[in-house]
Design a protein around this ligand. Structure first.
Ligand code: HEM
Length: 454
């Protein structure tokens, strides 16, 4: 259903539809020889870059999909002096930490706080061997003009957990539909292309360098997940529905914190028990907006808490008019191994760095301050959002922080108990820990050819 005006052969594939592979390597690099890099980029690398058009049909999909994106420092290294019109991108993610994102920088991988990250290759395939083979090909072509500064190997979880993030919840269900590109499923909001691609209709920044058209800003975050601690919290704070077992009451708390059951079924549609059939039905699993006849959307939390991650990051009909400016396309993938028996027995995440797990979080938007950074700052981290409630909803129980850079500040969501929406369940630890990240620009293929390459 692609719009005739949209050139899908020119737009990098991860932006609008995601590379949808089970393995994805994020390979962060420094450009050490700009001239050599620029000449190899056009001749050798460009033919390897996977556009959207190639991902749309199974028979054109490459064995390994490749995308590339650059930080502001990377553009500087290439001698590009244009202002892309996004100060978050220009200043880098570290500049957003203290007042906007609320990370504790002591938890950051030092590389994200340094100045060495010029760009990132995204390499996605069915096997790590394929990914590594393509990485060698890229490195041979670049012939020493880049050096690796960091890499993160993403991988889908095994077996039945495929598609689920590490806490166990199905992910990747609610992304927006886009005018002129996708046919909306029931309940899916349709948004302007310019919210995601620069220079397209609805881009909030009117004047950008022409070559940035059909590129997108990518926010990357390495978000560690403390899974045994999360599971223990659910058991220790299980709800008290008399018709449910203790395990089911723990599961209900988790579902209400997330806004969906582990299967993906939205609690707004099935508030007490999971419904895997509903979860698996794309015609129904996103078809809700928190309104119910006989209930007041401004006060009702019996279906879904105001503080639920899903409702915090997209309140749907809870805002009037419905928000059309602050949306992202999510394209992340889990990283790290499954929880070990020793970790589950101890209810504590191992300190062994090889056992770190989490989400290699990726979002695309045309304006970072309206997209990812807005959702984190003004919605997830804002205890009073949505506003004008008798009891403040509290920060997002999954990703919110009200510590703004301080350690050990407890979080106080309300609404999690369907029988007493004023009750606050104190969370005195973080289940998601930001290990840092960076903002990148993912250019069109023609921009790579005509502007970035020599
Ligand atoms: C939806 C998990 C971080 C924004 C979801 C869903 C899950 C989830 C399970 C429901 C699946 C779906 O609807 O597609 C997580 C985990 C995170 C994380 C485990 C961290 C490790 C973030 C961050 C943001 C974010 C940092 C933005 C600041 C969203 C949005 C939705 C969503 C916008 C869709 C809401 C909707 O349209 O109804 N997340 N998430 N998530 N998440 Fe997250």
């Amino acid at each position: 259903s692609a719009d005739v005006g949209l050139n899908l052969t020119d737009i990098q594939g991860d932006i609008l539809i995601g590379m949808k592979k089970n393995k994805e390597l994020f390979f962060f690099f420094t450009i050490v020889n700009s001239t050599l890099f620029r000449s190899q980029l056009g001749s050798g690398i460009l033919p390897l870059i996977t556009p959207t058009s190639q991902l749309l049909a199974v028979d054109t999909q490459p064995t390994t999909a490749v995308n590339v994106a650059f930080s502001q420092r990377g553009l500087n290294a290439l001698g590009i002096t244009d202002d892309l019109g996004d100060s978050s991108f220009a200043n880098g993610q570290i500049d957003n930490v203290a007042t906007i994102l609320g990370d504790e920088t002591s938890n950051w991988e030092p590389v994200f706080a340094g100045s060495g990250i010029h760009g990132v290759f995204l390499l996605a395939s069915d096997t790590i061997d394929n990914v590594n083979a393509t990485l060698s090909q890229v490195q041979n072509l670049l012939n020493g003009s880049i050096t690796e500064v960091y890499s993160l190997q993403g991988q889908a979880r095994p077996g039945d957990e495929q598609g689920h993030e590490h806490f166990g919840f199905m992910d990747g269900i609610s992304n927006p539909a886009i005018t002129g590109f996708s046919t909306p499923l029931p309940g899916q909001q349709v948004l302007d292309l310019g919210l995601f691609l620069l220079g397209e209709s609805g881009d909030p920044v009117v004047s950008r360098p022409a070559w940035t058209k059909d590129g997108s800003f990518m926010a990357f975050r390495q978000l560690q997940q403390r899974v045994p601690e999360f599971n223990k919290f659910l058991v220790d704070n299980a709800l008290s529905n008399p018709n449910l077992t203790a395990d089911q009451n723990a599961e209900l708390l988790g579902a209400r914190m997330m806004g969906r059951w582990k299967s993906g079924a939205p609690v707004d549609l099935t508030p007490i028990v999971d419904d895997p059939v509903l979860a698996a039905d794309p015609q129904r699993n996103n078809d809700f907006n928190y309104t119910h006849s006989g209930f007041d959307i401004d006060t009702d939390q019996t279906h879904c808490p105001f503080s639920a991650h899903l409702r915090k990051t997209n309140p749907r009909a809870g805002l009037t008019p419905e928000d059309t400016a602050n949306h992202i396309i999510r394209a992340g993938i889990p990283y790290g191994p499954e929880v070990t028996d020793a970790e589950s027995a101890a209810n504590v995440s191992s300190t062994d760095p090889t056992l770190e797990r989490g989400l290699a979080f990726v979002t695309y938007q045309s304006d970072i301050a309206n997209g990812f950074a807005f959702l984190q700052q003004f919605w997830a981290n804002n205890a009073n959002f949505p506003g004008a409630k008798a009891t403040p909803p509290g920060v997002d129980p999954i990703i919110g922080t009200d510590g703004l850079g301080q350690a050990d500040v407890s979080r106080n969501p309300s609404g999690l108990d369907p029988n007493d929406s004023t009750k606050i369940i104190t969370i005195d630890q973080d289940f998601v820990v930001s290990r840092g990240g960076e903002y990148f620009f993912s250019p069109s293929l023609s921009a790579i050819q005509n502007t970035l390459a020599l």
